[in-house]
Ligand binder design. Structure first.
Ligand SMILES: [Zn+2]
Length: 232
């Protein structure tokens, strides 16, 4: 007998509408496409609670964080991700440290933890519940995976960024990081840590507060539109 696996809860539309601003702003056709994408994601990636109960909303939010950055890239698959571990709150960082973030938020693994992402339930939910700021830990971690897919985490997502923009993007990151260090910024200073973190932080800003980013940093906004294939 084949056991049917139900990936989306009955009330998934209600949950997505309540918690995911990006989803709420899609038209009906867009919502249907988003539903399919998160269902595909959940069929490919295992989500495991570590001292935490994985609730429907957690599964939907993790999948949303995965799909939001690549929603306009139609054939995208996270081939470098097999499992997401959900921790309740702070996890101790006794892991390989590549991509380790803001003490307790999340990380993408390397070494023995290759193909694994760790995220804390609290940060996951805060990223979506708080719609006023430019933070979203799930988006941040999935952007690291996108960056990593070409083999190196360096802030340059070679898989999706057209080669002709590569040098321009690198320079833009360097210049902005220098400006941040010198003058401060409305961009989270964590982004000034390295190009890797800059790319993740500015992508959070892009998806969480697109209007604000466009007003404050039009060049960065335009480049991220190219990166994420938004607007033609
Ligand atoms: Zn990071």
């Amino acid at each position: 007998m084949v056991k049917e696996i139900i990936l989306l809860p009955d009330n998934y539309r209600e949950l997505l509408t309540d918690y995911v601003k990006f989803y709420r702003q899609l038209d009906e056709e867009g919502k249907t496409r988003f539903d399919k994408r998160i269902e595909q994601f959940l069929s490919a990636v295992k989500i495991t609670g570590v001292n935490a109960v994985v609730e429907d909303i957690d599964r939907l939010l993790i999948a949303s964080g995965a799909i939001i950055p690549v929603f306009s890239i139609t054939d995208w698959q996270y081939i470098n991700l097999h499992e997401v571990l959900l921790y309740p709150g702070a996890f101790n960082q006794d892991f390989d440290q590549e991509g380790s973030d803001r003490p307790v938020a999340g990380m993408v693994g390397s070494g023995a933890m290759q193909n694994v992402m760790i995220i804390t339930k609290w940060q996951l939910r805060q990223g979506f519940i708080n719609e006023q700021d430019a933070h979203n830990t799930a988006i941040h971690e999935f952007v690291h995976l996108i960056d990593k897919m070409d083999g190196t985490m360096d802030g340059v997502p070679d898989i999706i960024l057209e080669r002709k923009y590569k040098e321009q993007w690198k320079r833009m990151m360097e210049v902005t990081i220098e400006q941040m260090k010198t003058y401060g910024s409305d961009i989270d200073m964590y982004g000034a840590t390295s190009p890797v973190e800059f790319f993740a932080v500015i992508s959070e800003y892009f998806f969480e507060q697109p209007g604000l980013l466009k007003a404050n940093h039009p060049d960065l906004y335009q480049m991220l539109e190219r990166v994420y294939k938004i607007g033609g």
